[in-house]
Write a protein that binds this ligand. Structure first.
Ligand code: RUQ
Ligand code: CUA
Length: 638
């Protein structure tokens, strides 16, 4: 049955002339020159926008510039990164916990009044059910929350509300809850559940904590978005498994022509918890929507939907049906009316299903495999087409009567992408104030459009100028695995720190001058406090005993931008960098005797090579009295 419907869809698309995307731009010499100029950032000049794109299963976030598409830096989040020593020093090791990878999908910039406020970037980890917060003052990960209780497969996140009150998340996978309970997947419908989570964000510090959760049927929640304007206080998710299949999902989850999307009133959820209507599971207040009305509704959406994007006015919500050649446009005013008038077409486990015809504004025949939609704030939408490999530009409602009769008239332009575009991003599309200048298509395949690097090809990103009536592809770049979604932020909207100011360093183990440095052995523990400056460590000798617990705190006492020092310890699997004004800590057990050099790993000066010292690990009964005895191990600093 699935095959029939898909084929019908394809036949319809062909009949509508939708399968061939527009010709690639840049074919004439004049066009090539114009495109090159549009994306060229001359040596010494700077990009106008940041592109923060997710690194997928690399666990990282990449930062590029727009329009150059040049990769500028990598922000390690869920995976160790020797380049900065993330995951090697004690603080970041603690943040990573027991995990050394994550699956980053959807970055979300913090917002105030539905506008990017340039404070934080949140990213989700699908695999280990976590959310991380990157601070845009230093482009570093400062918090990792999770694994989130009662939640498995944190894919439908991270979606930020208009004032960053919450990051909203929905589960891709369902499991028996609370986690740790075991049930047979054959009893999936009865024993398994999904969850929508409200992660509360502290407005001052950005600190996240799990606020509440809404129990859902074991649907596989997919992409979502938050409301604004008329849909303020609401959030929306698609789902691709209303059938509640637990095996061979490719077949068993794609039988229905429509799946049930979620419409969540998160303010009502917050109030229900405050009113004591939740029950605690694994420490989190859980709302059962069958018992607490007006928190959750369902809307049928065709077919195997994926993206679910709210437009800048908050009135229109666009869903992409992977297996139908159209996007579905919901009208939030009609959604409200259907809720108030109880225009339901049934219910599922006590949750009302809004009548499809009552809430839909139209189905726009964009082509095959529509996934995600972005908006430019001028009344146009851009949808990524996975199967057709293109970006389609179309006109948002309100539509004329003529357009309503034939919505192919709302489809305005197509540009071929290379190939199989997943997400696309238009800066600010998820806010009330899109930039509407550039669109980046993030493609899953690049099919040899680059020099041959073996069997695994990189992903590609392509830059489209969307300012004119017709879109223009002006540049492309290749990227590490694997960009999913991205966010674009105007460079002029933030002012990241250039150093860590000395007076803001509250680390109790920081030392700023030679006289405060020390190496002290107490029992079986050696604590060393070092300074690093061009081009020496003080002290540059640490004595300890085999079996000791060694703690080294290194403070980079420079206050000059980019004067970074490293601390690599030979044959101990430790390296990190220390930025100007920063203190970092390593803690290792000394399990082998010998003399081990430590050295600066980050090129810092003409005498960088000379920036080195020795860790001497004496065997029992050997060494200077300090090392073998008790008080006052030797240190070369004083
Ligand atoms: S999903 S290609 Cu992980 Cu965002 Cu749509
Ligand atoms: Cu310090 Cu190189």
């Amino acid at each position: 049955m699935k095959t029939t419907i898909t084929l019908n869809a394809i036949a319809l698309a062909i009949a509508l002339g939708l399968t061939s995307c527009g010709k690639q731009t840049g074919t004439s010499q004049a066009e090539r020159t114009a495109n090159a100029v549009a994306s060229y950032v001359a040596p010494g000049e700077k990009d106008e926008y940041y592109l923060f794109y997710s690194g997928g299963h690399s666990g990282q976030v990449f930062v590029a510039g727009i329009p150059s598409l040049r990769h500028i830096s990598t922000i390690p989040v869920f995976a160790p990164y020797p380049g900065t020593g993330y995951g090697f020093d004690e603080e970041s090791k603690k943040m990573l916990g027991d995990f050394t990878w994550g699956d980053v999908h959807h970055p979300a910039l913090s917002q105030t009044n539905s506008k990017y406020d340039g404070r934080w970037l949140f990213v989700n980890d699908v695999a280990n059910n976590r959310i991380a917060r990157i601070d845009l003052r230093d482009f570093k990960t400062h918090q990792i929350l999770g694994p989130i209780p009662n939640s498995m497969g944190n894919h439908g996140s991270s979606f930020v509300t208009e004032n960053t009150e919450y990051i909203l998340c929905a589960t891709r996978f369902s499991v028996p809850l609370p986690k740790g309970r075991v049930a047979d997947p054959k009893d999936y419908e009865k024993e398994f559940n999904g969850m929508v989570s409200g992660i509360k964000v502290d407005p001052q510090t950005g600190e996240m904590k799990v606020g509440w959760q809404i129990l859902t049927p074991p649907f596989d929640w997919d992409l979502g978005s938050t409301g604004k304007g008329p849909s303020s206080g609401w959030a929306f998710w698609t789902n691709y498994n209303t059938a509640m299949a637990h095996d061979v999902l490719e077949v068993n989850a794609t039988q229905k022509d429509r799946d049930l999307c979620a419409v969540v009133n998160w303010r009502a959820a917050e109030k229900a918890v405050a009113d004591g209507k939740a029950q605690i599971m694994d420490g989190v207040p859980i709302i059962d929507p069958a018992k607490v009305p007006r928190v959750l509704y369902f809307i049928p959406i065709g077919k195997s939907p994926h993206g679910m994007d709210t437009d800048p006015t908050g009135k229109w919500i666009v869903a992409g049906g992977k297996l139908q050649p159209a996007t579905t446009v919901l009208n939030f005013e009609k959604v409200q009316a259907a809720i108030n008038n109880k225009t339901f077409e049934g219910e599922f486990r006590g949750v009302p299903i809004l009548k499809y015809e009552a809430v839909v504004e139209g189905e726009v025949p964009v082509g095959l495999g529509p996934l995600h939609t972005q908006f430019d704030g001028r009344g146009f939408a851009y949808t990524s087409m996975f199967i057709d490999s293109c970006i389609v530009k179309w006109k948002m409602p309100p539509w004329s009567d003529e357009e309503k009769r034939d919505l192919t008239k709302a489809v305005l332009d197509k540009v071929q992408t290379h190939f199989s575009t997943g997400h696309l991003v238009v800066g600010g599309s998820d806010t009330a104030h899109p930039y509407g200048k550039w669109c980046v298509a993030m493609n899953k395949l690049s099919a040899g459009r680059h020099i041959n690097v073996g069997p695994a090809e990189p992903e590609s990103s392509q830059l489209l100028d969307i300012t004119g009536n017709k879109m223009k592809m002006v540049a492309e770049a290749y990227t590490e695995p694997e960009p999913h979604f991205a966010q674009i932020l105007k460079v002029s909207e933030i002012q990241p720190n250039e150093i860590y100011p000395k007076d803001e360093n509250k680390n109790p183990n920081a030392v700023w001058d030679k006289d405060s440095t020390s190496v002290i052995r107490t029992g079986n523990q050696v604590v060393a406090k070092l300074t690093a400056i061009r081009s020496r460590y003080t002290p540059d000798r640490i004595d300890a005993q085999l079996g000791d617990d060694l703690i080294v705190h290194v403070t980079n006492i420079e206050q000059t931008r980019d004067m970074i020092h490293g601390f690599g310890l030979a044959e101990h699997n430790v390296n990190f960098t220390i930025e100007p004004g920063e203190t970092k800590t390593l803690n290792i057990k000394l399990t082998k005797p010998g003399v081990f050099p430590f050295y600066c790993t980050n090129f810092c000066s003409a005498l960088h090579q000379e920036m080195q010292g020795y860790l001497v690990v004496w065997k029992p009964g050997e060494g200077p009295s300090g090392a073998s005895g008790g008080a006052g191990a030797t240190g070369g600093g004083k």
